[in-house]
Design a protein around this ligand. Structure first.
Ligand code: SF4
Length: 412
């Protein structure tokens, strides 16, 4: 069972009109995550260069928010100035962090500078003092601690993301369950499927067709033993335990017509109960309406409390209609429920690039996480290929080079 693209809204994002700009301010980090795309090569970026990249984004990307990434952005000495400058340029600053350096004081200072929200990366394959080796369910305690810090200041939104591995797929519902219990305080959950290339059994070539040493990339493993998790696997795993969950929108692949690279949805509920999900029409209205009124598309909900007005979409959106019915029944059962604020919580599933037999990678169509490198917009997940080898690599399995050449020739 995979979601049918015909029942989903294709997000209207593009290279030059995309709600997200991905700003990398450092490649230094204070913990280790398996499969991290970044390695330390250049350290903290100078503030002048960061400001120049932000003006570039403003000019060429038209973003609603800027994802301040790394490495770990909270350890950059100029993080407060970066947040303030993004807000000054009229964009929403969002910090992508592992939260190790997040304290109530840092949170307050960043909010004062104009912070809109956080995306916090916590998962069971991180080497993190005090939490290494914990399961996804056990890590909910850490997620709760971070939620307490973030929600101690009003108006900061909070999304948690986790990388999904074959051995952690089955525990995704534990995270979703915890998220539902924190509806209203946690604005979203994102699950990103792990990908790597097998260094020992692959041959990599740069743009000049020279063979290069693939093991220089931090996200390359010596060998790959297990099958990767795909976005439909994550969808099924959530759906099996939460029947009301449905995605509403997607981004496909840059090469394959059948891949689903981004799967976006939102659950609606109140008082600890989820009534259902929004459907493609509501997602379409949210994107088009936001663009009409603000000039940009939208990726994150600034306020989880969407209120009962979301049910106004019921005539056009069957999923919202079902949710409205469940809400009404809940109110009849317990009339005080009418005063519980209705909140939304997004669920995103991202399938990282997939290597194809011809050596290319199937990327996210209209990649939302593009960053600036050397005056160009490039996919941030592959920036280290640019930093180490000057451009994207072509990677094929040893012994299959002939096959790859044939596929490429046929495609020409
Ligand atoms: S292609 Fe873009 S959106 Fe997809 S994983 Fe890479 S950086 Fe992220």
């Amino acid at each position: 069972m995979a979601p049918d693209k015909r029942n989903l809204y294709r997000l209207p994002w593009s290279l030059n009109d995309n709600p997200i700009a991905w700003l990398e301010i450092t490649d230094i980090c204070n913990i280790h995550c398996e499969g991290c795309y970044r390695q330390t090569l250049s350290g903290h970026k100078p503030l002048d260069q960061i400001k120049e990249e932000l003006r570039f984004f403003k000019r060429w990307r038209n973003p609603d928010n800027v994802s301040i990434a790394g490495g770990e952005p909270l350890i950059h000495p100029d993080i407060v100035e970066v947040v303030a400058y993004i807000a000054e340029l009229g964009m929403k600053p969002v910090v992508l962090s592992n939260a190790k350096a997040l304290t109530p004081e840092v949170n307050r200072e960043l909010k004062k500078a104009g912070l809109a929200g956080y995306t916090i990366h916590i998962d069971s394959h991180q080497t993190r003092p005090g939490w290494t080796g914990k399961s996804e369910a056990e890590l909910n305690e850490l997620r709760a601690q971070v939620t307490d810090i973030v929600s101690s200041v009003k108006g900061v939104y909070l999304i948690f993301n986790s990388t999904v591995y074959a051995d952690s797929l089955a525990s995704i519902p534990d995270v979703v369950r915890w998220g539902r219990e924190n509806l209203g305080r946690v604005h979203g959950l994102v699950f990103i499927t792990y990908r790597t290339a097998a260094g020992e059994t692959s041959i990599a070539r740069d743009a000049a067709d020279e063979e290069v040493d693939l093991s220089q990339l931090s996200y390359v493993s010596e060998t790959v033993e297990e099958a990767f998790v795909n976005s439909p696997d994550v969808y099924r795993t959530i759906k099996e335990q939460f029947a009301e969950y449905e995605p509403a929108a997607y981004l496909g692949g840059s090469i394959r017509h059948d891949s689903i690279k981004w799967l976006a949805g939102a659950q609606i509920g109140s008082g600890g109960e989820v009534y259902g999900s929004v459907g493609k029409r509501t997602m379409e209205l949210a994107q088009i309406g936001h663009h009409l009124f603000t000039g940009t598309y939208i990726a994150y909900l600034s306020d989880a409390r969407v209120g009962a007005k979301v049910f106004l979409m019921a005539p056009w959106d069957p999923l919202v209609r079902q949710a409205a019915g469940r809400w009404l029944r809940a109110v009849v059962r317990k009339p005080s429920r009418i005063f519980s604020p209705i909140s939304a919580q997004t669920i995103g599933i991202i399938q990282a690039p997939d290597l194809q037999p011809d050596g290319r990678a199937d990327m996210c169509d209209s990649c939302p996480d593009m960053t600036v490198y050397d005056g160009k917009l490039i996919n941030s997940c592959r920036m280290d290929e640019y930093r180490l080898f000057g451009g994207f690599l072509s990677v094929v399995e040893k012994g299959k080079q002939k096959e790859a050449e044939t596929v490429t020739q046929l495609e020409r």
